[in-house]
Design a protein around this ligand. Structure first.
Ligand SMILES: Cc1cc2nc3c(=O)[nH]c(=O)nc-3n(C[C@H](O)[C@H](O)[C@H](O)COP(=O)(O)OP(=O)(O)OC[C@H]3O[C@@H](n4cnc5c(N)ncnc54)[C@H](O)[C@@H]3O)c2cc1C
Length: 341
């Protein structure tokens, strides 16, 4: 069925408010229309969204691996309302989009991303204490753009325990919830009480912890955006919390490569097997290099950027490591890093 309100002829002008939606393409004729509308989306977006946006922004600037070609646009909403409006517009325009936090667990191809990357940054940084119904605990609401380290330092200052494991993880709260980030046997799902999401249609919804399904480095959330998280944190001696955090940071320093670009552990630990780093090490792959990407000599599950790596170097090195580990141990390592294409 052709939509009667849109002139499908190639070259026909678009009227504001009339946009292609998936499902409109019922005849070959619409393919021309689709191509045409897709070419027009940057212009449409400029007209409809007045927030902060950077065009053709290299993704290497937005991620800790420091590789990746340009995103057509990187948008930085100023708050929840602006984020909701942006999502609704992108949904209407059928523009591909992804949301990121600090980019500490992503790999974007050298071709870049043909859509909008939404960055939740400092504008989403509020930390508030809410009324807690549990004696001895504080309920803390944190916006998704807050850095994990900033939050951990805040819990030390306020004498609250439950997030010590996150000391040294360089991501945002939104990224940590989306990835169910964890370390030292604990994960972000443990102290979590609720999450507020923005749906792709731009609606805000709050979900209790019991309604959420977490797995190892995974939250089942569909394509919803984490806007804020609530944590139930135990009242504790701030100095003791600080001591634990410092100890865990020290452990990290001893086990992980220092000031070199990486995305942390590149592969997930396979179920029922030794950790990925041990398998890679025992396969003799420490120091293996493709172009500027290398398996760290310090921690074999860290693939590091020696300074001049491309995203393709990392993808090739990833494939090589997977093949060699599979050859030796009959297990295919799954990347923990999210590959955005
Ligand atoms: C040196 C180093 C050490 C690390 N150590 C650890 C560790 O000990 N444990 C651990 O688990 N991880 C670790 N990481 C990986 C990474 O820091 C975590 O996964 C972190 O939680 C990712 O947060 P981010 O904001 O950087 O997410 P990004 O890398 O920006 O995004 C990661 C994924 O989450 C999604 N996402 C991000 N924000 C949102 C949002 N608001 N709503 C919905 N989806 C979102 C993105 O689409 C993407 O799929 C380490 C990384 C580095 C570089």
């Amino acid at each position: 069925m052709l939509r009667p309100d849109i002139d499908p002829r190639p070259g026909a002008g678009m009227i504001k408010g009339e946009f292609y939606r998936p499902g409109d393409i019922d005849a070959g004729l619409w393919l021309d229309r689709e191509v045409q509308l897709n070419r027009q989306w940057p212009e449409q977006l400029k007209k409809m969204w007045q927030g902060r946006i950077m065009w053709s922004s290299p993704m290497a600037r937005w991620c800790t691996l420091q590789v990746g070609g340009p995103a057509k646009a990187v948008a930085l909403p100023a708050g929840e309302a602006e984020l909701a409006a942006l999502l609704a517009i992108l949904n209407d325009l059928a523009v591909p989009w992804r949301v990121i936090g600090r980019g500490s667990n992503i790999l974007v191809s050298d071709k870049g991303y043909d859509g909008v990357i939404i960055v939740l940054g400092r504008e989403f940084g509020a930390i508030d204490i809410l009324a807690s119904e549990v004696a001895g605990y504080e309920l803390v609401r944190v916006e998704a753009g807050c850095g994990l380290m900033r939050l951990v330092n805040w819990t030390v200052e306020h004498g609250l325990s439950g997030l010590e494991f996150a000391a040294g993880i360089p991501g945002s709260v939104g990224g940590a919830v989306a990835m169910n980030a964890g370390a030292w046997g604990a994960e972000i799902a443990d102290p979590l009480s609720a999450v507020t999401f923005a749906t792709p249609a731009g609606k805000l919804v709050r979900r209790e912890r019991a309604e959420l399904i977490f797995a190892y480095r995974h939250l089942e959330k569909g394509n919803k955006v984490v806007v804020a998280a609530e944590f139930l944190l135990e009242k504790a001696d701030g100095q003791k919390v600080d001591k634990v955090c410092r100890q865990l940071m020290e452990n990290r320093k001893n086990k992980q490569p220092g000031k070199v670009a990486s995305a942390g552990s590149f592969f997930k630990n396979p179920v029922g097997m030794p950790p990925a780093g041990k398998l890679i090490d025992e396969a003799g792959l420490k120091g293996l290099r493709v172009g500027g990407a290398q398996v760290s000599e310090v921690h074999a599950n860290f693939l590091v950027n020696c300074g001049n790596a491309t995203a393709q170097d990392f993808l090739d090195l990833m494939g090589l490591v997977q093949a060699k580990v599979n050859e030796r141990f009959r297990v295919w390592l799954e990347p923990e890093v999210c590959i955005l294409t």
